[in-house]
Write a protein that binds this ligand. Structure first.
Ligand code: CTP
Length: 404
């Protein structure tokens, strides 16, 4: 998406640096439009380096491309962070004496303001009247938060944290096509203990499952993530009021949590890498070389969780019309062979859709990007996606939605 980030002259501009990072990392094309005053706080090179676009403040720059209106016309969303009391007054009055002003007047995209000012200025009748006018015109607000302000004051007026502004932006961009649906997603990789310090695990970070959760929540779904050994850092990307996280460790714990959550789910997505086997017994004490026991490990098979969920659905243990999506990590270099295996795997597991990704050193695990083919009934490839895990998530949810 094309996002314009307007920055006006307040100290909170330093936090907008992180917001621009979050937006570009999520795959958005960001153009930063600071005011002259904003550049006193954070300079042009920083904005250009982060957004990878030229940064200007005046309507007289790059006139040939009519930048003063083109930016607003081409935007899917305009964010102003920080929005100072002065800039809020100017936006309310429709003043267009710089590039940000003209961009805001020329845009038909949603506009999100993140106010930042001293508490007195926020409470002032002029500011409050302006805010009321802007809200009545359909302009969106995030914050201000209550807390410590520049100069040691505190009260309402602190700019919302970049993560909160990012979440508000994502919510504004997303269609609400999963409104009212309950989506359950497993993410991460299970760990099967061998002894108190060792386990059998896999390289799944949980990023794809978390991206699915974030996208589903942004589209209005009520989301449960069953997270197997997913780091807090990765989980942070799915922070949303309608996302609930259940942390699990082993395949057995994941199975219990998934069966419980799937009983009321409209869409179930098994993105977790589940261990197919676990050690037949778990040693209470650390196994030592002296014991010479680490050369062989006896394994027993784990239950296939997604197949069990499909069976339970067939037995009426799920809401009418429940959709089940499984994943398959295939390492074969031949696309035909991957499709063939996918066709058989989808049928064997009894799921509606199978998202096949090519897992090797270049793609798949522990990486921000992913590429999948989604196989449906009869082995037909119903969709494919390549890009950020969030983009792949969107396509998978689209495919699940078309089955409903
Ligand atoms: N899966 C599961 N329970 C298991 C193993 C896998 O629910 N015990 C799920 C995964 O979450 C994934 C799908 O099954 O959605 C496919 O996983 P994959 O490892 O590709 O399939 P396997 O059945 O293990 O087949 P194989 O290892 O033979 O490729």
């Amino acid at each position: 998406m094309n996002i314009v980030v307007g920055v006006t002259g307040g100290i909170a501009a330093y936090k907008t640096v992180h917001l621009v990072r979050l937006l570009t990392k999520a795959g958005h094309d960001v153009t930063v439009v600071p005011t002259e005053d904003a550049l006193r706080f954070v300079g042009t090179p920083t904005w250009e380096a982060l957004s990878r676009h030229p940064v200007t403040t005046s309507v007289h720059d790059d006139v040939a491309r009519v930048r003063h209106v083109a930016l607003g016309q081409g935007a899917d969303l305009v964010i102003v962070a920080p929005a100072t009391a002065n800039s809020i007054a100017k936006i309310t009055a429709g003043i267009a004496d710089d590039l940000l002003g003209t961009t805001l007047l020329a845009t038909e995209a949603p506009v999100l303001l993140a106010p930042a000012m001293h508490a007195e200025m926020w409470r002032n009748a002029a500011t409050q009247a302006n805010i009321e006018t802007l809200v009545s015109r359909g302009i969106h607000l995030v914050g201000p938060a209550d807390g410590e302000l520049a100069g040691g004051d505190s009260g309402p007026g602190r700019m919302s944290e970049p993560e909160a502004i990012f979440d508000a932006a994502v919510a504004l961009l997303a269609p609400r096509d999963l409104d009212g649906l309950r989506v359950v997603i497993s993410a991460g990789g299970t760990r099967e203990p061998i002894d108190p310090v060792r386990f059998l695990g896999n390289r799944s970070s949980g990023r794809q499952g978390v991206a699915l959760a974030a996208d589903a929540a942004a589209r209005g779904a009520d989301v449960t993530v069953v997270a197997a050994n997913v780091s807090a850092d990765v989980l942070a990307a799915a922070r949303h009021p309608s996302v609930r996280v259940i942390s699990v460790g082993t395949a057995a714990e994941l199975s219990t949590a998934m069966k419980d959550a799937a009983r009321s789910a409209d869409i179930v997505i098994m993105a977790a890498a589940v261990a197919d086997y676990r050690p037949a017994s778990v040693s209470e004490h650390k196994l030592t070389k002296e014991q010479g026991v680490l050369t062989h490990l006896e394994l027993v098979e784990n239950e296939d969780v997604v197949s069990a969920l499909a069976v339970s659905r067939a037995d009426g243990g799920a809401p009418e019309g429940q959709t089940i999506v499984a994943f398959a990590a295939e390492t074969s270099a031949s696309a035909d062979e991957r499709r063939d295996r996918a066709r058989r795997k989808r049928e064997r597991k009894g799921v509606d859709l199978l998202a096949v990704n090519l897992a090797n050193a270049e793609q798949g695990f522990e990486r921000p990007d992913n590429a999948v083919e989604i196989v449906g009934e009869g082995g037909e490839v119903v969709a494919s996606a390549a890009g950020t895990k969030r983009e792949v998530a969107r396509v998978i949810l689209d495919a699940a939605l078309t089955l409903r």
